[in-house]
Design a protein around this ligand. Structure first.
Ligand SMILES: Nc1ncnc2c1ncn2[C@@H]1O[C@H](COP(=O)(O)OP(=O)(O)O)[C@@H](O)[C@H]1O
Ligand SMILES: [Mg+2]
Length: 344
């Protein structure tokens, strides 16, 4: 192992050309196709930021979440945690150092929490496993955690089944925070909840980020939810990151047609010039289209799009997209300098 260097300028997590191919669940014994769950993903999660990941079901969001949390080893490519190659470190170090630094919150708290254990045990478990502090300190930490997520003290005796969906998700968030992680990965954390409690759980996450200075990867199929709480957004389509940038850029000045289509399909306060309706299904991840995977549903696609996946185009401020026929940028439509301020 090389000598530790100063890694404070490094992003917390960096994916470098990551591919994940699964063996298809269906298919014969002799020939099992590969599912291209993630293809050539390059992405950074910076300290203290909320990175939103958005895309339709099956586009690889959960796979990316599993890569970022070290639960899924990439088929190709590298994952760096503070500059250190995650899969070049020993399993023990990966568990202790990396495992404790990243907390995970899954979609469905009713399956993520052990139904037989009272909340007290659920929250103590990670502290026991990582032998954090004395037993008395652990008890104290458990109460602190409960307080942090806004649950009353008597919740500690309850079994998950005795709590509401929203309360269960708060317990799951408290557990994810137990080891004082630097990053929380939340994979559709409100999708399984009643609409009435979704906003509360989202606001809790935003509030925790502000209070604890956490970084967060927030995953949702709903672009409006992602827009609401993210600093930066990455848009996935069929295993590819097709656009990324600051939330205002990606949602207010989207350049990839797919991003535009996602935004136009969901109600929003912003007027969109026209509603884009996507035709046809999302192609199979077992046999993705050549070139740009979106071309089979894109109204701008031509022969060039079938040839190769487009290289990234870099716009200002870290905004980048992969498209040879991008949407016109906001600055293209802006009035000429010097003429904007005149009242007529
Ligand atoms: N363990 C697995 N084995 C085989 N295929 C998988 C596995 N996990 C995910 N996939 C497939 O990989 C693709 C991406 O899945 P996933 O990351 O769960 O997407 P999302 O979370 O965006 O819905 C899908 O086509 C899915 O069916
Ligand atoms: Mg998923």
């Amino acid at each position: 192992m090389t000598a530790p260097k100063d890694t404070t300028m490094e992003p917390l997590v960096r994916l470098d050309h990551v591919h994940v191919r699964h063996k298809a669940r269906s298919g014969g014994i002799l020939r099992r196709d590969a599912v291209h769950a993630l293809t050539d993903a390059c992405l950074e999660v910076r300290r203290g930021e909320i990175l939103g990941l958005v895309g339709e079901s099956g586009c690889g969001k959960s796979t990316l979440a599993r890569v970022v949390t070290g639960l899924q080893r990439p088929t190709e490519g590298h994952v760096y945690f503070k500059g250190q190659d995650l899969w070049q470190t020993s399993a023990a170090e990966r568990r202790t150092r990396f495992g404790a630094s990243i907390g995970v919150v899954f979609q469905d708290p009713s399956t993520a929490l052990n139904p037989r254990l009272p909340v007290r045990r659920i929250l103590r478990d990670p502290l026991d496993v990582h032998t954090r502090g004395t037993p008395a300190e652990r008890e104290q930490r458990v109460e602190e955690l409960l307080d942090l997520v806004g649950l009353p003290g008597h919740t500690l005796q309850a079994l998950p089944g005795q709590l509401s969906g929203g309360q269960r998700q708060r317990v799951a968030i408290a557990r994810a925070l137990a080891l004082e992680p630097e990053l929380i990965v939340a994979d559709e954390p409100t999708s399984a909840l009643d609409v009435s409690v979704r906003a509360q759980v989202l606001n809790l996450l935003v509030d925790l980020r502000a209070r604890l200075g956490l970084g967060m990867v927030f995953i949702s199929h709903d672009v409006q939810t992602v827009r609401y709480l993210s600093d930066r957004i990455a848009v996935l389509y069929l295993g590819r990151v097709v656009e990324e940038g600051r939330a205002a850029q990606v949602t207010g000045d989207s350049r990839h047609p797919y991003t535009e289509a996602l935004l136009s399909a969901t109600p929003s306060l912003l007027e969109r010039p026209r509603r884009i309706v996507l035709h046809g299904p999302v192609p199979s991840a077992t046999n993705p289209p050549s070139g740009c995977p979106f071309r089979t549903r894109c109204w701008k696609a031509d022969d060039i799009c079938a040839a190769a996946f487009p290289e990234a185009t870099d716009g200002p401020g870290g905004h980048r997209w992969h498209c040879v026929h991008p949407q016109p940028g906001a600055d293209t439509a802006a009035p000429l300098p010097g003429r904007a301020a005149h009242g007529g």
